[in-house]
Design a protein around this ligand. Structure first.
Ligand SMILES: Cc1cc2nc3c(=O)[nH]c(=O)nc-3n(C[C@H](O)[C@H](O)[C@H](O)COP(=O)(O)OP(=O)(O)OC[C@H]3O[C@@H](n4cnc5c(N)ncnc54)[C@H](O)[C@@H]3O)c2cc1C
Length: 326
């Protein structure tokens, strides 16, 4: 009888993608799983810098199954807190936005199942009990018999399989054409007139969104600027652009005072589609990358599908496989 391979599945990156893959692997019976994270804390990059909205509607219908499955798990799975505020998609229906937020205008479709995810809570739930090495950067991968030698700063790990969940670094580290794109978020000063429980408002054509946050609004001008992984330089013109968009589309929001702002990275393949599953270049290499602007919504379903591929199934559709980029 062949000896059991004791080498773990090594997951590079403890953002929401890597954490979800790890959680599903363990749930599916794979005990030997190890996450390697360069930062001192997990979730320090895209996972800790997003708008936390769960939006079921996908412009590309091929992506809908991950959004629907992800949404269902977050609403019903008891993994973390979820505020079912609903979401308004401007221009997609005839409901008056002002019915939900009296400051806002326009017509929209109301999606009652959408809402706001407790991202930190979800990440913690996925990582509870997981083997996690923080403060360790994976530098290179070297193939060896039936697996990998994972060279990291300060350690070399032997792996049966490797999962690329490196977010903005996923392209650089694994030789793939993935580009991080910077996006700013702003929070305005608290205002008692804002309904804190109200839905998000997303205007895809107008290129902005906002939702209640900390008593004010969380606002975004839907900017996207290519940047190096981890380069979060702020650009003042984005706030000017946001002001111009709100003046044109939502003048009722009035003069807002920004009290907090930050930049995060959404990472895309050239076709904007995710990069998932087994890599044909080398057995034992898998990707959970290129999650763009929907990684929180998709995380649960994508994590499950990638975990199933690590365990030998083929469940990822061709349009999302890495093969198309090679
Ligand atoms: C402004 C903004 C708003 C967004 N809003 C939403 C939203 O409302 N809803 C939604 O669904 N999605 C949203 N997203 C998208 C979502 O945040 C991302 O798709 C998701 O967080 C990607 O997760 P990840 O795990 O792939 O990447 P990350 O969270 O970046 O995780 C990758 C991890 O890999 C680690 N790593 C990288 N290289 C190495 C290495 N060599 N060795 C060890 N560790 C390494 C990093 O340190 C990092 O922790 C938004 C994103 C942004 C920026």
């Amino acid at each position: 009888m062949a000896a059991r391979d004791e080498r773990p599945v090594v997951i590079v990156g403890a953002g929401i993608a890597g954490a979800s893959v790890a959680w599903h692997l363990r749930r599916l019976g794979e005990a030997a799983v190890c996450l390697v994270e360069r930062e001192a804390q997990p979730g320090a990059h895209s996972t800790g810098r997003n708008a936390a909205m769960l939006r079921e509607h996908m412009e590309d219908p091929r992506l809908a199954p991950w959004a629907l499955r992800g949404a269902q798990a977050l609403r019903e799975g008891g993994l973390c807190a979820f505020r079912r505020s609903g979401g308004l998609l401007v221009g997609r229906g005839r409901e008056a936005v002002g019915r939900y937020h009296r400051q806002a205008r326009g017509e929209a479709r109301f999606a009652p199942g959408d809402g706001v995810v407790d991202v930190a809570g979800l990440l913690a739930a996925y990582l509870r009990g997981a083997r996690l090495h923080t403060g360790v950067t994976v530098l290179a991968l070297e193939p060896e018999a039936g697996g990998w030698r994972v060279h990291a700063d300060g350690a070399t790990l032997l792996a049966r399989a490797v999962v690329n969940a490196a977010g903005p670094w996923a392209g650089e580290l694994f030789g793939l054409p993935l580009t991080p794109r910077n996006r700013h978020l702003f929070v305005s000063a608290p205002d008692p007139e804002i309904d804190r429980t109200g839905p998000f408002v997303w205007d895809l054509e107008g290129g902005y969104y906002f939702r209640p946050e900390s008593g004010g609004w969380l606002l975004c001008a839907c900017d996207e600027t290519a940047a190096a992984p981890g380069a979060y330089a702020e650009r003042e013109e984005v706030l000017l652009d946001l002001g111009a968009k709100l003046a044109r589309h939502q003048p009722g929001l009035g003069d807002l005072r920004v009290v907090r702002r930050w930049v995060g990275q959404r990472t895309f393949a050239p076709d904007g589609l995710p990069v998932l599953g087994a890599d044909p270049r080398r057995p034992g290499l898998f990707h959970a990358a290129g999650l763009g602007g929907h990684g929180i919504t998709w995380a649960h379903a994508v994590g499950e599908d990638v975990a199933r591929e690590v365990l030998g199934a083929r469940v990822i559709p061709d349009f999302a496989r890495v093969d198309r980029l090679l």
